[in-house]
Design a protein around this ligand. Sequence first.
Ligand code: HEC
Ligand code: HEC
Length: 404
Amino acid sequence: MLLAVSTQTSIGLFVLFLSLVIAVVFGLVNLRQGRAEVGSEIELAPNRKPYLPDAELEGRKLDRTLSIGLLGLFILGIGLPLYWLQEPSRQEGAEERIREEFIQRGEHMFAPTAEGGYNCAFCHGPDGGGGSTPYTITDAEGRFVKEVQWKGPALNTIFLRYSREEIRYVLEYGRLATPMPAWGTKGGGPLTEQQLQNLIDYIGTFQITKEESQQQVAEELPKAMDERDATCVSARTDAAKAGMTEEELASFDASTVDTDSCPLAWDSEGEALFNLGYNDGFAGGAYSCGRCHTPGWSYGEKGEDGSGAMGPNLGGVLTQFPGDVLGVTQMTDFVCTGSTNGARYGQYGQGSGRMPGFCVVPAVEAADGEVGVVAHDVGTAEDGGMYTQEQVQQIVEYVRSLAR
Ligand code: HEC
Ligand code: HEC
């Protein structure tokens, strides 16, 4: 790594080596030329020796000395500006090197426990594409309630919904009453601010684009619209299993159960998008609203849509965003951009920054002291984010129909 750093370093090392060689040779030659004392001081003292005659001194010798001086001047006059010209790219190179090192450190922390990491990859998927994790739900006194399988949202779209600062907040404090632990020292976790930045930098390297995200939704939505009601499906499956022997159960294939007569899981695209990934775990539920606004959503036992969990109950949206036309527009804007910590929204809302933005890609900017962050401006609703603006509006219509 150190040797491959840059050609500049290697040239520097070479020049250093060359100077050392010259110094040693010079010393040796001097030692050899020093003559032993053999006679009187008058004979030997170099300052008593007759020197070159004027004609020679002021001729070739002078020319040579002046030429050497001129050459030195050239080296200074051209070499220094050249070095100065290189300076910006040298600094850029240094920044790039720091960035690469940060990303490598982040990658190491993201890895599974077996590889010495902090296991983000286990709960959020090896490539951050979403996963799930066993989790023990306890009551307020810490008593066992039940064992569930909790969805871990995909992180390969996290920059499409959150700013760096908001991502940092989740990492710092974790999510209370979910499997997501606090990682930062402020939240009681093991990682320093620098390590959190390294993680965020690494997560930034595997993001998909908004176009890719919208493409994935376009492929997933028709599948979701074909899904059958989960309660009916599990009842049919249980009925089919009833009375089977051990061997039959072992080779049982759930897809052979006839569920076509079960009602469809979702009545509208808005409802399907609100719950995207609920049945098949698509992107670990990252696109859904239910994972934050519906109790039990993340472990497949969802209550009434929008009845409130980490995010508030959505029953009040008609007073939060009033008006049949204006309300839809303002609510769509809010869901598109998400909330900002400390900023007001709607009629009486106060944002915490935890509500993600679904169709406007947040700006990227470096926080105080962050090095090597590639900044970009906030996106537009027309270009969309994880969802298109139309899809967010479909969701908004669905949520408003619940509140009516
Ligand atoms: C034990 C499992 C687990 C581990 C380990 C874990 N997470 Fe999480 N993480 C979760 C779950 C589950 C959620 C969603 C919580 C919820 O339902 O609100 C989450 C949420 C998040 C979020 C917010 C995503 C969003 O859109 O709401 C980020 C960012 C995140 N995790 C990053 C990390 C990073 C980085 C690491 C490694 C240092 C990590 N997580 C380790 C389970 C885990
Ligand atoms: C990661 C969790 C999370 C997800 C996912 C999420 N929200 Fe939210 N939402 C919140 C939080 C938290 C708030 C409260 C505002 C705040 O704290 O900034 C909120 C607030 C809201 C509000 C304002 C409610 C009110 O009356 O004040 C609406 C509307 C809303 N969310 C809709 C949605 C929709 C629609 C989706 C899906 C497209 C969604 N949310 C996905 C966490 C989430």
